[in-house]
Design a protein around this ligand. Structure first.
Ligand code: COA
Length: 352
């Protein structure tokens, strides 16, 4: 029995790009600090009122078109986001409604930046058990709502004013986190592979809740009664807290290990993988993983310079770019791997 394969992909990034110099208008930062440490040059942000499900629906439209299917053929949605439109319900049903495919079951998955390998495992299970035939996998994140500034017109260069000292100090307090995230969405249409040996081969997935607060949104959670308080706003807990150095260490140790474990389980050498599609959190993390796995740079492509970290969407956006420009060819072996809040981490192996 074959696993799921990708029959169409799409991506969407909202608005015009915001450069590192643009961010320096509202906080103490610079391209000279951001780029060498992360690889990021620019990112996009959802507009006021534009949500993860809006971005996801746009990416999905493109994936449906690329797959050449009628959207009525989609019989399940697997949706990943950590910035859902509402605290509840999840955004998968909203994506379905925006596409006009109401009634299709939506599975909302919250594995943050590690979502793609988790979603592929879930989609493969749905198809293997006969619960679905054609799945829309949509991964979208709209982080603009937790950015630590309100002067968006200054960020976009639409107003020349210098922001208040207080506003600048507030944004600067969160600069390590704020500069790395950007908004975007990626989507895939999945069906059972027709050719033996093609499609999803397997995934190696891990979660360790001991590190949940390495990166977490501490405000607005049900540990508190009521779950949202004025104090949370005063303490700026609507901006996630991130232990950057700890995450960096988790990523550079756990990701090479999980890729090696997965390849060993499937009796393939790491160097036999044609494309290592890594979550785009930081170029320095991915370079360290690449060196640990002794792989040439061309096998581990990067687009973080243009998007920043779009959380659940990074790998889906990268995949769409490489499929559309003809780099990824049918029959090639792909390894998609990621680590994110949870802590979740994992890798999936797929013959495209
Ligand atoms: N601009 C300028 N200076 C900044 C800055 C910014 N955007 N962000 C932090 N700094 C400053 C800090 O204030 C600190 O100054 P100090 O030494 O005077 O106190 C200094 O730079 C070092 O800060 P630190 O947070 O220790 O930086 P770092 O070297 O760990 O780099 C990250 C920060 C976020 C780039 C890095 O930790 C990282 O990428 N971690 C992984 C994060 C990740 O993957 N997150 C997503 C998980 S999916």
């Amino acid at each position: 029995m074959t696993g799921v394969t990708i029959i169409g992909t799409g991506r969407y990034a909202p608005g015009k790009p915001v450069t590192n110099d643009d961010l320096a208008r509202v906080m103490d930062t610079s391209d000279a600090w951001i780029h060498p440490r992360t690889g990021i040059r620019q990112r996009h942000y959802a507009a006021e009122g534009e949500t993860a499900s809006d971005l996801g629906a746009k990416a999905a439209e493109r994936a449906i078109e690329a797959a050449g299917i009628d959207r009525a053929e989609i019989d399940a949605i697997v949706c990943a986001t950590m910035t859902a439109d509402y605290k509840f319900p999840g955004s998968g049903g909203l994506v379905g409604a925006k596409l006009g495919i109401q009634g299709v079951p939506a599975f909302d998955l919250s594995a943050q930046c590690a979502s793609i390998p988790f979603c592929l495992q879930m989609a493969n299970g749905l198809i293997a058990t006969g619960a679905a035939r054609t799945i829309l996998l949509v991964a979208a994140d709209a982080h603009a709502g937790f950015m630590p500034w309100t002067d968006w017109d200054v960020v976009y260069g639409e107003r020349d004013d210098v922001v208040s000292e207080e506003a600048r100090a507030q944004a600067t307090r969160h600069r390590g986190l704020a500069v790395i995230f950007g908004d975007g969405a990626g989507a895939m249409i999945l069906r059972r592979a027709e050719v033996e040996g093609h499609g999803f081969l397997g995934a190696q997935l891990h979660t360790d809740g001991d590190f949940a607060e390495d990166i977490a949104l501490l405000g607005g959670g049900f540990r508190s009664r009521p779950f949202l308080t004025h104090e949370m706003i005063d303490q700026e807990l609507y901006v996630p807290r991130m232990a950057g150095r700890s995450l960096f260490k988790h990523a550079v140790t756990k990701l090479p290990r999980v890729v090696r474990e997965l390849c060993a389980r499937h009796e393939c050498a790491v160097e036999d993988v044609d494309w290592m599609l890594a979550h785009q959190a930081n170029d320095r993390i991915n370079n360290a993983v690449r060196e640990a796995l002794k792989l040439p740079p061309e096998k581990v492509p990067s687009n973080i310079a243009r998007y920043g970290n779009t959380s659940s969407a990074t790998i889906a956006i990268l995949l769409d770019e490489l499929i559309r420009d003809g780099s990824i060819q049918r029959g090639q072996l792909l390894c998609l791997f990621a680590l994110g809040a949870g802590l979740h981490w994992g890798a999936a192996l797929l013959r495209y």
